[in-house]
Design a protein around this ligand. Sequence first.
Ligand SMILES: Nc1ncnc2c1ncn2[C@@H]1O[C@H](COP(=O)(O)OP(=O)(O)O)[C@@H](O)[C@H]1O
Ligand SMILES: [Mg+2]
Length: 264
Amino acid sequence: MTETAAQAEPYYLPAGNEIDIFERCHEQRLAVMLKGPTGCGKTRFVEHMAWRLKRPLITIACHDDLAASDLIGRFLIRHDGTQWQDGPLTRAAREGAICYLDEVVEARQDTVVILHALTDHRRILPIDKTGEIVQAAPGFQLVVSYNPGYQRMLKDLKPSTRQRFVAMDLDFPGAEQEMEIIRQESGTDHATAHALVTLAHRIRSLRDRGLAEVPSTRLLIATALLAKNGIPVKEACYAGLISPLSDDESLVSAMRDLVDATFL
Ligand SMILES: Nc1ncnc2c1ncn2[C@@H]1O[C@H](COP(=O)(O)OP(=O)(O)O)[C@@H](O)[C@H]1O
Ligand SMILES: [Mg+2]
């Protein structure tokens, strides 16, 4: 769990009208679901929006043994008795923070269900263990992220949960925008950013040939940072872009060929 109150503006280059939609959701007290592949900018977008809306941001990374008490809170045993300690969701509700549950599908159903009363007109969080019913403060907003391509068959959100959110589809940025983001984030030159984006498009088309994970904007930035800081660009691509994506020898070799064809 992390809590941030950003000082400087987190850089975010919008793809469409997502900033506007998010602002309307915030003002209308609607919960938001960000859909999109890993590394496409979901977290950065939320950081940017929290900064814009001047709200604290509390981020919770979901995983399959995240229990309701990890979100709501628990009694701590102390030498002089027990004391209730709010969990991150409860704190966000009280403080009027933006609460961001990253990869919400990873959380257990019985954990996700506790979000329900916070996402409708009641905006409440009942704390069974203390009997308290927390009324969410005005700035409170729930945001979840969800990667639809990921383990789609195994895990999905229940319709009763999905229908509580306004969903926004984020995807990898267009070529010009992705180049701009890479340059901003890594300080690399135009030619390298251009070549990396060209390469990324070629590799992303290998999805049809069985590449499960395609290169994200995040990986392109990491690769650009290596190249910018002295690693020969092909080496940077092998280490920063290709090796993280697959262990499959034939896919790796196909991707290396694309690197060699892109950076002559
Ligand atoms: N639209 C964008 N504007 C600015 N930076 C972006 C954008 N999209 C991606 N990035 C960059 O890519 C990195 C990974 O994005 P992130 O928000 O962590 O992805 P996600 O949460 O979707 O996995 C960010 O740290 C940022 O450097
Ligand atoms: Mg993220």
